[in-house]
Design a protein around this ligand. Structure first.
Ligand SMILES: [Zn+2]
Length: 129
């Protein structure tokens, strides 16, 4: 199992994470685009997508026949893996979870996971140009 994204989309996700720093950034990734989401938790250790924006974005994707491929959020201080809370709050098991670690701000790292049955499994992340 893996997650393949356009390099352009991956870059947009990383830029968004940097812009949200020192708070966590979050957003959705479809097959063709990145949809940034406001983090209403405004926190360096937590994220909560604006529910109204989330519903609107999911509805748009459905209307356009697009799939929710991944849910992204950042960890401003790492680590590069889902937290216990992330695993508990993984409400969309069909989507991959993309985590951007900014523990080294100049060297962002990204990893993808599948979260199911209370477990996070790292999957291969491929960027295509
Ligand atoms: Zn997290």
């Amino acid at each position: 199992m893996n997650l393949t994204l356009e390099a352009r989309i991956l870059q947009e996700v990383i830029e968004h994470a940097k812009a949200a720093y020192p708070n966590e950034g979050c957003g959705l990734v479809s097959g063709t685009r990145f949809i940034p989401m406001p983090n209403i938790a405004q926190s360096a250790s937590e994220f909560e997508m604006d529910p109204a924006e989330l519903i609107k974005a999911l509805r748009e994707l459905r209307t356009e026949g697009e799939e929710l491929v991944a849910i992204y959020h950042s960890h401003p201080h790492g680590p590069l893996r889902p937290s216990k809370t992330d695993i508990e709050r993984a409400y969309y098991p069909e989507a991959a979870h993309l985590i951007v670690s900014l523990a080294e701000l100049e060297h962002p790292r990204v990893a993808a996971f599948r979260i199911a049955n209370g477990e996070a499994l790292e999957i291969e992340l491929r960027a295509i140009v």
